[in-house]
Design a protein around this ligand. Structure first.
Ligand code: PLP
Length: 377
């Protein structure tokens, strides 16, 4: 079956007691045992819950993995992955990493002996040279946030396999509708479902999908033991969001393409970062490994003062953190999402005080253009 059909059908037919089309929200902490040594398959909602299970099974199918696991947030999902490692283990992570992941590694994980290095994962040679004896995994985002750099997932996964490392891909920006890293050789995919999967800026949730049974088992143990699980209502919101993922992304992507082209021709815009533009350095790779370019774009304006002007003047587009919802949002990475990244690194990778990031939503593209036009004014 096609992915867009699978998306719409998530949870349909699961509730055989009533035939409910919408998966019910099992708002319960615990489940009655039929008898000693017997279980309905559900014992306690930290361990498993029927609504959460529909979401987890759905995500596993969509990403082409053997098991999906839901967490209280994207950060909780990434934290669970870090529990796979031991003190002294070393991770290679992509350079323009989500600020929260950088903060987790740099301020929390290091206190437990986990080591990491930042590397430009678009440069295979640099990645190879950065591998140490204690390196255990490569963690990457593609496109990166906010500079939309594209990493060749298959090439990294092949290199990782050669050296016995795990490949972990944060697939938040693309979603399985556009990009399926497990099929390209990755071992784990992680999501902030807060973004496109939920899609309506109304829920915080995270997920991991594994392509390997052994890793899935360890992660399920960690999920239950650490306990950073989402509640059933939040799982239901993401199930509902997933049903429209394909149509939302098609529309958002078309809007992003339209705005990227228009911004590229604007005299006050000096740079546009969007993988769909043919002059984007990762254009060929993204064409090869993904079904689309996504709906995130960043752009640089001619002067810093324009940043403040745009952020205070936008009306249709909201000046707010986050991304991937139906409403368009604009952020200033330098002082928001990426404030945690050291200034020297921000400069090196191209984040500066003239860069804005746009999460393009589903509004009419002409209204989004008009809003930016008056804001740039
Ligand atoms: C938002 C985000 C996260 C963190 O997810 P939360 O749900 O906010 O905890 C991780 N990675 C990326 C790429 C994100 O955009």
């Amino acid at each position: 079956m096609q992915l867009n059909t699978l998306l719409v059908q998530i949870g349909v037919g699961v509730d055989t007691t009533t035939g409910s089309i919408s998966m019910p929200i099992y708002q319960t902490a615990t489940f009655r045992h039929p008898a000693l040594g017997q279980s309905t398959g559900f014992d306690y909602s930290r361990t498993n819950n029927p609504t959460r299970k529909v979401l987890e099974d759905g995500l596993a199918i969509l990403e082409g993995g053997c098991r999906g696991l839901a967490f209280a947030s994207g950060m909780a999902a990434i934290t669970a992955i870090l529990y796979l490692f031991r003190p002294g283990d070393h991770l290679l992570v992509c350079e323009d990493l989500y600020g929260g992941t950088y903060r987790l590694l740099n301020h929390v994980a290091v206190n437990y002996g986990l080591k990491f290095s930042l590397v430009d994962t678009t440069d295979l040679k640099a990645v190879k040279e950065a591998i140490q004896d204690n390196t255990k995994a490569i963690f990457l985002e593609t496109p990166t946030n906010p500079l939309m750099k594209i990493t060749d997932i298959a090439a990294i996964a092949a290199l990782a396999k050669e050296h016995g490392l795990l490949t972990i891909v944060d697939n938040t920006f693309m979603t399985p509708y556009l990009q399926r890293p497990l099929e390209l050789g990755a071992d784990l995919v992680v999501h902030s479902a807060t973004k496109y999967l939920g899609g309506h800026n109304d829920v915080v949730l995270g997920a991991v999908v594994s392509s390997r049974e052994d890793l899935a088992e360890r992660l399920a143990f960690i999920q239950n033991t650490v306990g950073a699980v989402p509640g059933p209502q939040d799982c239901w919101l993401v199930i509902r969001g997933l049903k429209t993922l394909a149509v939302r992304l098609d529309r958002a992507q078309a809007n992003a393409f339209y705005l990227a082209r228009w911004l590229a021709s604007h005299p006050l815009v000096t740079k546009v970062y969007y993988p769909g533009l043919p002059d984007h350095p990762g254009h060929e790779v993204v064409l090869r490994q993904a079904r689309g370019f996504g709906a995130m774009l960043s752009f640089e304006v001619a002067r810093h003062e324009l940043v403040e002007q745009i952020l205070s003047r936008v009306k249709v587009i909201s000046f707010a953190e986050s991304l991937g919802g139906v409403e368009s949002l604009i952020t200033f990475p330098e002082r928001q999402t990426h404030a945690e990244i050291p200034e020297e690194l921000r400069r090196k990778i191209g984040i500066n005080d003239r860069l804005l990031r746009l999460s393009v939503g589903l509004e009419d593209p002409s209204d989004l253009q008009a809003d930016l036009e008056q804001a740039l004014g």
